[in-house]
Design a protein around this ligand. Structure first.
Ligand code: HEM
Length: 317
């Protein structure tokens, strides 16, 4: 599974000089795509709703961020009350300001999943245990996923999310260990993992690229995966219904003749169990690097080439 222990102070990484850019991209996406990118599901039979966990996550983030990055985040609190969400007996956070961005959110009244999404540079998923022991994706802010859409996954159990995404080697290697890992993850043992992909971006002089606040396609990898709103037509494992309707037009990524257009897309993912709701909070911070820049780093091109050569066939395709 490629996971390792995470020191608490590394839960959320805030890269100051990207905060403005990420915040602008994320705000624009939420305004435009609404519940397609931020959503909290109500309870269903045998599956808890996501609302309480979303609230807990939002307060956890406010507490963590204001203590870990006090120059960037400042909070105003209520007077302490029993059982509220303040840490170490402090009153519950009411307002949180992100100084470099110049915005303040009111935790008393705003949607906790949306506030969480705008406080950090990470995408967020809350997984809740159902009566059947499986973990369900019941609330999330998947704002800049690049190559998958929250609408296709929200409400699903963890194994379905991966199976429908045709994750290579999932059934053979990951399925059982992931289920065991989720049911046993203790509150005090958070973990992290990393992954990476490559994506194309539009040609450097493309007018659509030049006009965009997101020229490297952080939010959605248009140049690699096509139009976000037609993505179901591009999936590798189309549903029977889609196949029968003849609408499936899977096309592999457009090849590029220019290394200038290739980005390494790498995610830093963390997983921790929230103490009160018991939900597992999954965070995904995406970094994009120009491959031509990485090629300047001593030793990196050789290591990258060797990693790519070692991909099994199903990972490479
Ligand atoms: C220890 C926990 C997890 C492991 C080991 C794991 C493993 C993987 C792997 C190997 C992939 C293929 C790409 C990559 O290497 O990242 C993947 C993709 C994915 N994972 Fe996970 N995963 C974990 C947790 C989660 C959780 C909590 C979610 C909840 C939303 C999730 C959602 C996805 C999605 C949406 C994809 C993309 C599938 C697609 O392309 O449709 N994963 N995961």
């Amino acid at each position: 599974m490629g996971i390792r222990n995470m020191p608490w102070e590394e839960w959320i990484e805030v890269v100051d000089d990207q905060l403005l850019e990420y915040h602008a991209i994320r705000t624009g996406r939420i305004t435009e795509r609404k519940e397609k990118v931020v959503n909290t599901l109500p309870p269903r039979i045998g599956i808890p709703g996501g609302a309480f966990a979303a609230k807990e996550l939002c307060y956890e983030l406010a507490e963590y961020l204001s203590r870990r990055y006090p120059d960037t985040y400042r909070v105003t609190r209520h007077a302490p009350r029993p059982d509220d969400f303040g840490w170490y007996g402090d009153g519950q956070v009411k307002l949180i300001t992100i100084f470099p961005v110049g915005v303040t959110y009111n935790l008393d009244v705003e949607d906790p999943m949306k506030v969480s999404a705008l406080l950090v540079e990470d995408d967020l998923a809350l997984m809740l245990e159902g009566a059947d022991g499986r973990y369900y994706f019941q609330a999330g802010a998947i704002v800049v996923p690049g190559f998958w859409r929250m609408v296709d996954k929200i409400g699903l159990p963890l194994d379905e999310i991966h199976i429908r995404g045709a994750v290579p080697q999932y059934r053979e290697k990951l399925h059982n260990s992931l289920a065991r890992f989720f049911s046993r993850l203790p509150v005090d043992k958070p973990v992290i993992r990393n992954n990476y992909f490559f994506q194309n971006v539009r040609p450097i002089d493309d007018p659509a690229r030049l006009a965009s606040i997101d020229p490297d396609e952080l939010a959605w990898s248009d140049s690699t995966n096509g139009d976000e709103d037609r993505f179901e037509q591009f999936t590798k494992e189309p549903s029977l219904e889609a196949q029968q309707s003849g609408k499936v037009l899977f096309q592999p990524p457009t090849p590029t003749d220019s290394v200038e257009r290739i980005r390494l897309r790498t995610e830093r993912q963390s997983l921790r169990r929230l103490p009160r709701s018991g939900a597992i909070a999954f965070t995904i911070r995406t970094y994009l690097f120009r491959v031509v820049d990485l090629a300047q780093e001593p030793g990196v091109p050789g290591r990258m080439a060797s990693a790519i050569r070692s991909w099994p066939e199903d990972v490479a395709s």
